[in-house]
Ligand binder design. Structure first.
Ligand SMILES: Nc1nc2c(ncn2[C@@H]2O[C@H](COP(=O)(O)OP(=O)(O)OP(=O)(O)O)[C@@H](O)[C@H]2O)c(=O)[nH]1
Length: 886
């Protein structure tokens, strides 16, 4: 409430008025009593009251008039109207003059001293002085004239008449002269005050209304004056600024700089303008353009300084931004072009000139169309400008033309600059010459997709084309053929004529192949001497075969390698889509597989891939995988079928027979899975496992007092494998308590004769270890007697098929008899398998075969059941007594 000058003024005025009023009430009657008696006092009270009202009304008028306006803006706004109002109400001073003169006259008339001799005219100086002070010259003179006139009229004799005493006349003239003097002085004073007030108000308007900080500091740097703008910048009210110096308003460094500058200005005594940089208490950095100058006291000594500061922070930032933009514009490696809304170039940078070849003066004022390469159609430009106008932006690759006429690709960004009202001011194009990048990309593309030697598509590009061909084939319903082509005997040419000659041959073959291909077909080189021809829209295998013949013929053409001419052939594997309905990679792999078949079939030919054969091969691979897993998982197990001597009834051994505990199908007999192993590496592993397991079993039986010969079946593959003998030796060593002679290896007769020479070597080496051999299934093969003589086997095993049927089939009986006699002649033992009945046993015994095995004696037994069987085994006497006709 008391903060503003206005409020303080109102408060002081009210208090002053209350004190004056109270003094008047308390003292006025006492003053009157000095001049009159108590009776007259009652009458005088009325005049006193009138006088008080008039006087206080005058005082109120003056005070209200002097109330400071509510705000600086209001003060500024009321500057002129205030003066006008005063002028308009000036007549009130004349009314006041009449009233107060009348009141003083009445007062004087009540005073009992004679008016003509003792007029006490000094009383009339009160209205004159009041009117002159309040109203200035006019009201003062008016009050003087009025006072002179009314006192002269009331006096008897009149003052101006000769009858009046000189003493009184002198009083009257002095009243008039004093009145005139006071009025003149007051008039001058009024004029001077009005001028000062006017100046002050004008100054006030400027200081308070300006957005510049205006301030005055004393010699110690304390603020004597600070306007609202100063307060706004400092962020404190004016009263918190006044009396304080810069150290209390700004950060230490800024304050120090400011005060040093102030001291310089006061020392120099001249007005200076310059930039000042401040950090405000809230940390904000600001820049000001400041004019400061010295302030002098009445003696002409410098007693402080004034300052006017303009905030130029924004301007500085803009200038900085402009400078930065200029640096970017001039220094940019990318070309920049500025176009006005009329489509004319207004500015270009140095990079523009470097890229396009046009100097700035050659480009400015012209249309950017001067750069057009003519490589894009109108639709391209329309789409570009649609984007620019709708989204204020476009970015893309465009071909332009240099001044030299060369076309080059550039990556161009067009942006639109609009003013506050949204109108387009400029289009700015920023572009980079990407011709090198494009060339580099093309080179990379070439390296990535083409074979450097022949220039043909490589595997990667072929893969793309193959994908396209498959999709095309699916749409068109026509086939596509992948022909995998490998030169025959290329290595020899390389070795004989050198690598460079080999390269020339590859290039020559490429040329030859190209001559027989259609434009839509693809010839690719995968590497080495491998090529692929991709034929599209193949009507059928017949058409394909024709092309393949042409390809084979083209390759066979003579190629000159310097002085010599060479001929090569090729083997081609072909896969056809959609007959072979697989993906691109598999199609290529199938063609590769077929190519190997062509090679194996004698080269210089083609082989078309058969999906059915492949499906079977895959199924076989899957089954082998299961078997591999079964071996690793311990799913194989050995059963043992006893072999007995018909003559003595002794158990002389057991044949280990493999079974597979299939997790889903139960116990499988060897016939159900061993054929799958045939020829595979897994077959060797399984055989090795069988030998080891059988030996381990024999060892375990040996430990419980059951000394038993065991025989195991060995496949031809494993027998002839280079590691066989070493594996066997290791196995025997591992189970040292089993005499090697207790191990018999049964070898298929057919296996032994497959590579007789090698078989003989292996058998002989193994026999040196002490193991025995039996020729299994004897009689089913076609071994000559020479072979039989050569093979170092101990036993011949008559195949069960002959034994089983010998009772009914004379041929089989003949074979059985023959084998037994052969064994006798060659000094070999003989064993018959497939003994199912007593008759079988009786007959074999009679024919001279003592050792047998078969269901008639025992089925194959689990290892743990075998010892028990041995204990309860009893030879059948019928073998000796039963008479069987042969
Ligand atoms: N000159 C030349 N030889 C290469 C290049 N790349 C691989 N080779 C050789 O090409 C030969 C290709 O070998 P094969 O295809 O296995 O040999 P081949 O004599 O054709 O045998 P078959 O295909 O069974 O008839 C190898 O000797 C590689 O060293 C090459 O870019 N230039």
């Amino acid at each position: 409430m008391t903060g503003s000058p206005r409020n303080r003024f109102i408060l002081l005025s009210t208090i002053g008025y209350a004190v004056l009023g109270l003094l008047w009430i308390l003292l006025s009657d006492r003053m009157l009593l000095l001049f009159t008696d108590a009776g007259a006092l009652t009458r005088l009270s009325t005049a006193k009251g009138i006088f008080f009202v008039i006087a206080t009304a005058a005082v109120f008028f003056i005070l209200l008039h002097a109330v400071p306006p509510a705000s600086a803006a209001a003060r500024a706004a009321t500057l002129a109207p205030g003066m006008g109002l005063r002028r308009r109400l000036h007549w009130l001073f004349y009314v006041f003059a009449v009233a107060i003169t009348a009141a003083v006259l009445l007062l004087r008339l009540y005073i009992p001293f004679d008016f003509s001799t003792r007029p006490i005219l000094i009383l009339f100086m009160l209205p004159i002085v009041l009117c002159a002070l309040l109203g200035g010259l006019g009201p003062g003179l008016f009050a003087t004239a009025l006072s002179a006139l009314v006192t002269d009229l009331v006096a008897q004799p009149h003052f101006h008449s000769a009858a009046s005493s000189p003493y009184v006349q002198l009083q009257w003239i002095s009243l008039v002269l004093n009145g005139i003097g006071v009025s003149l002085l007051s008039g001058l004073l009024h004029q001077s005050l009005a001028r000062q007030e006017h100046s002050r108000r004008l100054l006030d308007v400027v200081v308070t209304g300006t957005t510049d900080a205006v301030f005055v500091k004393d010699g110690q740097g304390r603020y004597l004056l600070a306007n609202a703008a100063t307060a706004a910048i400092v962020g404190k009210p004016v009263r918190d600024i006044l009396g304080h110096d810069d150290r209390e308003l700004f950060d230490a460094a800024s304050a120090q700089a400011l005060m040093a500058k102030d001291r310089d200005i006061m020392a120099a005594g001249v007005v200076q303008t310059g930039e000042e940089h401040l950090v405000l208490p809230d940390g904000k950095a600001m820049a000001f353009l400041v004019t400061k100058g010295p302030m002098y006291d009445g003696n002409g000594h410098i007693c402080g300084l004034f300052g006017i500061s303009r905030d130029i922070t924004g301007r500085k930032q803009s200038e900085l931004a402009l400078r930065e933009a200029a640096v970017v514009f001039d220094g940019s490696y990318e070309g920049i072009i500025v176009v006005n809304p009329d489509g004319l170039i207004t500015k270009v940078n140095a990079a523009f000139s470097r890229i396009t070849g046009y100097r700035a003066d050659e480009a400015i004022g012209r249309s950017p169309r001067m750069l057009s390469s003519g490589r894009h159609d109108t639709a391209f430009y329309r789409a570009m400008w649609d984007s620019v106008l709708q989204q204020d932006f476009w970015r893309g690759e465009i071909w332009n033309r240099r001044k030299s006429g060369d076309c080059y690709p550039e990556l161009l960004t067009i942006s639109v600059v609009r003013d506050e009202s949204g109108r387009i001011c400029h289009y700015i194009g920023i572009f980079a010459d990407i011709s090198q990048q494009k060339a580099h990309e093309a080179e990379l593309e070439r390296i990535a997709n083409y074979d450097p030697l022949t220039g043909l598509p490589n595997r990667r590009l072929l893969s793309d084309r193959l994908g396209q061909a498959i999709r095309h084939s699916a749409r068109s319903g026509k086939s596509c053929a992948v022909c995998f082509l490998d030169l025959d005997g290329f290595k020899t040419i390389n070795d004989r004529h050198g690598h460079a000659a080999g390269d020339r041959l590859l290039a020559g073959v490429t040329d030859s192949l190209k001559t027989v291909l259609r434009a839509d077909d693809t010839l690719a080189r995968l590497g080495g001497d491998e090529f692929v021809v991709l034929l599209v829209d193949v009507a059928g295998t017949g058409e394909c075969a024709l092309v393949l013949e042409r390809l084979l013929a083209a390759i066979r053409q003579e190629v000159r390698l310097g002085d010599v001419a060479v001929c090569v052939s090729a083997s081609i594997g072909v896969s056809l889509y959609p007959q072979d309905n697989v993906d691109a990679d598999t199609l290529l792999r199938h063609a590769d597989q077929a190519m190997y078949l062509a090679k194996n079939a004698g080269k210089n030919r083609y082989q078309i891939f058969d999906p059915e054969i492949d499906r079977k091969a895959q199924a076989h691979r899957k089954e082998l995988e299961l078997l591999r897993h079964a071996l690793a998982n311990g799913e194989f197990v050995l059963y043992y079928q006893p072999k007995v001597d018909l003559e003595s009834g002794d158990i002389i051994g057991a044949e280990a027979l493999i079974r597979w505990h299939h997790p889903e199908r139960g116990l499988l007999l060897p016939g159900e899975f061993l054929p799958l192993l045939h020829g595979s590496e897994l077959e060797n592993a399984v055989d090795e496992w069988v030998i080891n397991t059988a030996l381990a079993q024999a060892s375990a039986w040996h430990d419980i007092g059951l000394s038993m010969h065991v025989s195991v079946n060995v496949s031809a593959g494993y027998l002839l494998a280079p590691t066989f003998c070493a594996d066997l030796a290791r196995a025997l060593q591992r189970h040292g308590n089993v005499p090697p002679a207790h191990l018999e290896l049964e070898v298929l007769e057919t296996a032994a004769i497959a590579d007789m020479e090698q078989a003989v070597v292996v058998l002989q080496r193994c026999r040196q270890l002490g193991v025995h051999f039996a020729l299994d299934d004897f009689g089913t093969g076609y071994s000559s007697l020479t072979y039989l003589r050569k093979l170092p086997v101990d036993t011949l095993k008559i195949d069960q098929s002959f034994v089983r049927d010998m009772l009914n089939d004379a041929d089989d009986l003949g074979i059985v008899e023959g084998v037994i006699q052969l064994a006798t002649v060659f000094g070999r033992q003989v064993i018959a398998e497939g003994v199912e009945t007593l008759q079988h046993g009786a007959l074999l015994r009679r024919l001279g075969c003592r050792v047998v095995q078969g269901y008639g004696i025992a089925r194959p037994l689990a290892a743990d059941a075998f010892p028990q069987w041995c204990q309860q085994w009893q030879a059948d006497a019928a073998w000796h007594t039963l008479t069987v006709s042969s």
